[in-house]
Design a protein around this ligand. Structure first.
Ligand SMILES: C[S@@+](CC[C@H](N)C(=O)[O-])C[C@H]1O[C@@H](n2cnc3c(N)ncnc32)[C@H](O)[C@@H]1O
Length: 177
């Protein structure tokens, strides 16, 4: 399977930092390989996510400030495919088989406010997670769960400093030496 990277568009510094951080954490936990925050540099979000990845392991890339149009065009020019998550797109259950057939890298585009109409044209698939408006974090979570065919629990996060031990009645965290 190719890489899955999320392009977070419309990030407004400070105002959106918490939601953008949640986009990144969700992407990482549910098996994506990285996030690109378009157009605005946000070193605070970058360092928060790098610190999580350092503590909990795995390879996860985070960058910010890349222009959205060039990022999407370069991705396509290099042979990757583009999925735009939008309430106006085709229903996820109707397109997931086609998406899962590709072995190309996939860029998953999520917005914050109104998206430029051009994104709909640049995407290979405009995909809806229900045709009701919702949070980009929730839409991304559901898409990744379907894309990775419910295998997020099987993903390894090597080279971390700590590991959470699942427990029925307490918080257990183990140091990895
Ligand atoms: C809070 S919504 C804002 C949408 C904005 N009002 C618009 O009309 O474009 C932010 C992002 O969540 C994602 N999103 C929201 N609802 C969705 C849905 N039902 N399916 C897929 N993605 C969705 C889209 O990526 C969208 O850009």
């Amino acid at each position: 399977m190719g890489r899955v990277v999320v392009l977070r568009m419309g990030h407004r510094f400070f105002r959106d930092s918490r939601v953008t951080t949640h986009v990144c954490l969700t992407a990482r936990a549910l098996g994506a390989d990285g996030v690109i925050i378009a157009d605005r540099e946000d070193k605070t979000v970058e360092s928060t996510i790098r610190e999580v990845a350092r503590r909990f392991g795995g390879d996860f890339s985070i960058e910010s400030g890349n222009p959205w149009r060039k990022t999407i065009r370069d991705w396509s020019d290099e042979g990757g495919k583009v999925v735009h998550l939008t309430a106006y797109g085709l229903r996820l259950p109707d397109v997931i088989q086609e998406i899962n057939k590709t072995d190309r890298d996939i860029l998953v585009v999520v917005g914050s406010e109104k998206m430029p109409g051009e994104v709909f044209k640049l995407a290979d698939w405009n995909v809806s997670v229900t045709n009701q408006p919702m949070s980009e974090v929730a839409a991304l979570a559901v898409f990744l769960d379907w894309k990775l065919q419910h295998h997020a629990f099987d993903k390894a996060f090597p080279n971390g400093q700590v590991e959470i031990i699942p427990s029925s009645d307490q918080k257990r965290v183990q140091r990895i030496d």
